[in-house]
Ligand binder design. Structure first.
Ligand SMILES: Nc1ncnc2c1ncn2[C@@H]1O[C@H](COP(=O)(O)OP(=O)(O)OP(=O)(O)O)[C@@H](O)[C@H]1O
Ligand SMILES: [Mg+2]
Length: 315
């Protein structure tokens, strides 16, 4: 397999981050795997610290990368949006506990002539053609399945058991995974179904914790959804989100007796903004849009707490 031609992209122009004149490799537009490049989200705002680590990993680090942190902080999207800008083809797999090795490597399927063809799975495709493989929510994967991929962390070739073919990782093949935990399990049971990962598997990874964005970044993210709103309003929205986060029972600093069962991810904050845009004629537009974004899945007590915060901030 001939490696794809690379091209250099400057971080400052490509990711809209001023003053970083470092170049990273990507691929020129219109390459033969263009169909696997994720769609670009114009509203995406790169976070300097996170992007610098992810780009450095992409450029230089051989180990796979483990991004972990609370839900909706931008782990999956930073990988996809970096790939969109550098024109990197991606195989994205959402993990779950019944995902098995053949789902990743491939399987025989019936062809039109009544025979069987072996169809590559996402792992084999990524290795064969040099795509970025993202195993999303890796901590839902059965630890035994993860352990079956130990060879990947060393860049070893993959032998397909069914066909006996050996696939060497093509230039450009890389593995990144995301999870809500760092593989050590979820003691607070905030994320039911999460597994503790095998330590030998984790040993192969470089890692980065992705927390909630800084206030200013979240204001900018909101601004791309609500360009006509004043900054003071957007800041008020972020402070509501911060208050909810500080009360969340999964927050180690939360007061146990008054903790609430939900938190507010950046994803939910963006959804709140989108619903708020449609609510101008509603008598209580902030509460109405919060109910659509988050309130609908909380207990009545928590809903009252969140509406109290909104009242205090916007009231
Ligand atoms: N930096 C950002 N710029 C713009 N939008 C963002 C940013 N970070 C997060 N978002 C918004 O939050 C949503 C969730 O982000 P993403 O899917 O990357 O979260 P995640 O950390 O992978 O969450 P989960 O743990 O639930 O998988 C995105 O679709 C986007 O709407
Ligand atoms: Mg994700």
């Amino acid at each position: 397999m001939t490696a794809m031609t690379t091209t250099e992209y400057t971080i400052s122009n490509t990711f809209d981050l001023e003053g970083i004149d470092i170049a990273v490799n990507g691929y020129p537009k219109g390459h033969k795997h263009q169909a696997f490049v994720p769609d670009l989200d114009e509203n995406y705002r790169f976070r300097r610290d996170i992007l610098m680590t992810v780009a450095a990993w992409w450029q230089m680090e051989e180990s796979p990368l483990y991004l972990w942190g609370p839900m909706g902080t931008g782990k999956t999207s930073v990988l996809l949006q970096m790939a969109a800008r550098l024109n990197i083809p991606v195989q994205l797999v959402s993990c779950h506990d019944r995902l098995e090795t053949p789902d990743l490597i491939g399987r025989y399927v019936l062809n039109d002539e009544g025979g069987m063809d072996f169809i590559d799975g996402p792992l084999t495709t990524a290795m064969r053609f040099g795509h970025l493989l993202i195993l999303d929510e890796i901590d839902y994967l059965n630890p035994a399945t993860a352990a079956g991929m130990n060879g990947l962390r060393e860049g070893l070739p993959l032998t397909i058991p069914e066909t006996g073919e050996t696939v060497r990782p093509a230039e450009g093949f890389k593995l990144a995974v995301t999870g809500n935990t760092n593989g050590m399990g979820d003691d607070l049971n905030v994320y039911p179904g999460i597994n503790r990962m095998n330590q030998a598997f984790l040993d192969g990874f470089a890692g980065l914790e992705v927390g909630y964005p800084e206030k200013q970044t979240e204001v900018e993210i909101l601004k791309s959804v609500m360009p006509d709103q004043d900054d003071s309003v957007l800041e008020a929205m972020v402070s509501v989100a911060d208050s909810v986060r500080s009360l969340f029972m999964g927050n180690p600093n939360a007061d146990e007796d008054n903790a609430i069962e939900v938190t507010m991810s950046t994803r939910t904050l963006v959804r709140w903004a989108r619903w708020r845009l449609m609510a101008d004629n509603h008598p209580k537009p902030w509460e109405f849009s919060m109910e659509r974004a988050l309130g609908w899945r909380t207990s009545p007590e928590t809903k009252a707490v969140i509406n109290g915060i909104i009242d205090r901030v916007f009231g």
